[in-house]
Design a protein around this ligand. Structure first.
Ligand SMILES: [Zn+2]
Length: 506
């Protein structure tokens, strides 16, 4: 049992609406098995998790054999297989090859599927999971005003829990097995505890990136009641005393004056947490921030830079030379005014980007929709240069490279490349099976082409995280949808009322 679970179970008040009179755990929103055991002692309820309720490689001590799939390992040393098996023992992948003989293993038929590592998202504001689609036409300014300064300022810990839970379960459902929660909603420490609890309850592999609070004017440093950024020391002690667990710790450094950023960087490094920060966003991002931070010796290989659309050339070289990683949220950058997604710039600089959803307020939650804009944009740029007479245009990006951005490069930016991002024996078993016998891809001719060009969440048949089956036969395992829907509806109603936003849905 992880210290994170111990702490979450032992020390935290439940924020869910259903708890009051019944004394029930939030867990019950997820897990039918738990719901059925509602009369059991509270401690037993709080020990349940969707992961525990699922069939898994480890539960009965039996290995799990994914048999006969088309395997894309995304590890060039392991390679791809027209047909092969993947053996999972406990929480790890132990073999990837054809015709594995594993006596006693539980077998999952993987024929008619592509078997590959789960997608890895390096930047998603998961507290906004109950605000999906509120801004289909919004700009960055609209987003700041409505999502951060109107809704965010009024968020309760219960709202954070619901938002994170919906976002995490949506990620798993669409084949994203690892996600960095860029969590800038820590108006009080209770908000922080609620976010972490939701991530743990969901069973997703999460990087919790602890960020600033929200208020009506955006000047969070004027607020009282929050403990940003220094509460990260408590988080390290209380939840993240080991990295040998599904949830790990980052600092989400604020978009603010350099003094506030440097304070967050310092607190992060004292807590031995890696760092993620938005830079190069719109006009505001042309302020040579990275040059200023570099002058203070603050840029190191422990940092992921998000967006990077309007950075100058010196800043790009600083990221490369200090060993930083980057995250491109191509779809939202094109929608909301960040600047052109810097796909070619990253490649020219020698940096392989990771990808991210960013905000579900304007962006679909799956990774199929992240890969395509990045591929199309880079190729559009190259075609335009060729058409304008450029005799030495860049090479075209390939579908496989984009698939690497969505998996192994994401793992690198999330500090987890030794654990996930490819089907490599010894790594954790974060695996997805994508159906190829569906009308959007059949008959299947090219596995990478099918995944990057044509598939969607409807192809996600099976999802494993650390060897546990989170989704099977197209259905999330252990989730009580009626209860979940009620949690979401109640959170939405409460939040819109508190924020004085008309609740109309049309
Ligand atoms: Zn963002």
């Amino acid at each position: 049992m992880s210290p994170l679970l111990n702490a979450a179970r032992g020390n935290h008040p439940c924020h869910c609406l259903a708890c009051g009179s019944a004394g029930m755990s939030r867990r019950q929103f997820l897990c039918t098995a738990t719901a059925a055991a509602a009369m059991a002692p509270a401690v037993a309820l709080s020990l349940s998790s969707p992961a525990a309720a699922q069939q898994s490689a480890g539960a009965a001590g039996r290995p799990l054999l994914l048999k006969g799939g088309c395997v894309l390992s995304l590890d060039r040393a392991v390679g791809d297989f027209e047909q092969a098996d993947v053996l999972v023992e406990g929480n790890r992948i132990t073999a990837v090859r054809p015709n594995i003989d594993a006596a006693g293993a539980e077998t999952i038929d993987a024929t008619n599927t592509v078997v590959m590592p789960g997608f890895v998202d390096t930047h998603r504001h998961m507290w906004q999971g109950i605000l999906r689609n509120v801004l289909p036409d919004g700009s960055l300014e609209d987003y700041r005003n409505l999502v951060q300064r109107t809704f965010g300022a009024r968020y309760t810990p219960d709202d954070v829990y619901a938002g994170d839970l919906f976002s995490a379960l949506g990620a798993i459902d669409s084949g994203v097995t690892c996600v960095l929660d860029w969590s800038h909603i820590h108006n009080t420490p209770d908000h922080t505890d609620a976010a972490i609890k939701a991530l743990v309850d969901s069973g997703v592999r999460a990087v919790f990136a602890y960020g600033n609070p929200q208020n009506e004017n955006g000047r969070f440093w004027e607020m009282s009641g929050h403990k940003f950024p220094h509460d990260i020391a408590r988080l390290r002690r209380q939840y993240f005393s080991t990295d040998d667990q599904l949830t790990t710790l980052y600092m989400a450094a604020p978009s603010a004056a350099a003094e506030h950023i440097l304070e967050a960087f310092k607190a992060a490094r004292e807590a031995e947490a890696r760092i993620t920060i938005h830079v190069g966003v719109g006009e505001f991002g042309r302020n040579a921030l990275l040059e200023k931070l570099n002058a203070q010796g603050a840029l190191k290989s422990d940092t992921t830079y998000i967006h990077c659309c309007t950075l100058n050339d010196t800043e790009w070289k600083l990221i490369r030379d200090t060993g930083g990683t980057i995250s491109i949220a191509g779809y939202v950058e094109m929608l909301m005014g960040h600047g052109t997604p810097p796909v070619q710039k990253a490649i020219d600089t020698g940096i392989r980007p990771s990808l991210s959803v960013d905000v579900e307020t304007s962006v679909p939650n799956d990774f199929f929709h992240q890969m395509r804009p990045v591929l199309a944009l880079q190729k559009s740029d190259v075609w335009a240069r060729r058409l304008s007479g450029d005799k030495s245009p860049p090479k075209f990006l390939t579908a496989r490279e984009v698939l690497e951005f969505a998996t192994i490069e994401g793992a690198r930016a999330n500090g987890l490349e030794r654990k996930v991002g490819s089907l490599t024996p010894g790594k954790q078993a974060d695996i997805i099976m994508l159906r190829t016998d569906r009308l959007n891809v059949m008959p299947m001719n090219n596995a990478v082409g099918a995944v990057v060009t044509s598939m969607g969440p409807q192809n996600v048949d099976t999802v494993l995280i650390a060897g546990k089956v989170m989704k099977r036969n197209g259905q999330l395992v252990g989730v009580d949808f009626a209860r979940l829907k009620r949690l979401g509806d109640e959170a939405r109603e409460r939040l819109f009322s508190n924020a004085k936003v008309p609740p109309s849905r049309v």
